[in-house]
Design a protein around this ligand. Sequence first.
Ligand SMILES: *Cc1c(COP(=O)(O)O)cnc(C)c1O
Length: 396
Amino acid sequence: MKFDRSGVDALMEITSRPELVFVRGQGSWLEDHNGKRYLDIVQGWAVNSLGHCPPELVKAVTDQAALLINPSPAFYNQPSMELAKRLTGASCFDRIFFANSGAEANEGAIKLARKWGQLKRNGAYKIITFDHSFHGRTLATMSASGKPGWDRIFAPQVEGFPKANLNDLESVRALIDDQTVAIMLEPVQGEAGVIPATRDFMRALRKLADDNGLLLIVDEVQTGMGRTGKMFAYQLSDITPDIMTLGKGIGGGVPLAALCARAEVSVFAHGDQGGTYNGNPLMTAAGVAVFDALAAPGFLDAVNARAAQLAQGLNALSGKWGMKGERGEGLLRALMLDRDDGPAIVDAARDWSPEGMLLNAPRPNLLRFMPALNITEQEVDLLLARLDEVIAKVRS
Ligand SMILES: *Cc1c(COP(=O)(O)O)cnc(C)c1O
């Protein structure tokens, strides 16, 4: 197949992309328009929790599409209730609102916290978020994010998101005033370069929130649904947040996200929240299939085994090449480079012949790994061996 320039020109230019068109995928492998195969460690940006086109997801979407696609969010549908029951059963939350993207789920979390502040905290509305955090690309979630420069791109910002430093409790405490309603964070900062909040920090935040009558909101859009080796990353530190958002992996690749809240915090009145596609049976049926695969006996054990294998292999590579180690939780990991050749490594891995490999460098001195949660032991071995070859080539 030829690369179609006119097709490229018809798309709004929002980022630089390689001149490749991906035409099919299976498991951890993607194939481009020339028939070249790639070991995919990006997986649609950590969304394909079960890899490309897993049979159970294909079946769920196909069956549901033939049955009922969208009766309207004003009516109940079976898959949305099935998925909500599964999520409340597996977590500390009692109520679920389904959304279409992580940013939209986070908007919902912000609205819910502000509504709770109006009802219970005298109109308090400020939500303390963190430097370098990422919560999405709507105006409010960009304002909540701590990405450098984002305070200026579409100024003025949505007000009310003072920024603290991750793993620095005093920096959070110092921002609390009588207008503060919540603290919101990613248990592992993903886009910032896979920086985990420590277990102690998560526990201390819970206590700080309790002591000051604040809500604790975890943005688990990237860390939720098995990514860290637990179903939800907050479970790593044994705390009970008040609100959680899910996205990415929950749909296994299709647009699905969720706002999860404890009963006491579920204070939306009729009309406060909604959306045309929200909770539609086509996407929530996909979510049920993904959830059941992740909850099957042994699935998370395998995630943890692959995570240990990947961590050990990355540490070995770091030692061999004089890099700065690795970090992460579960199958969300990063290799810290000793120089800014991350983008060169990503390009060389993709262009490798005859088979390529897709990696991500969220920062020039760091590689991020977010494989399918069901990546095999052999595929992790291949990833590590190929990465070693690529680094040798780039650094020769
Ligand atoms: C990706 C991401 C989002 C945004 O999700 P979208 O589906 O792209 O809107 C929000 N928070 C975190 C932590 C993310 O990783």
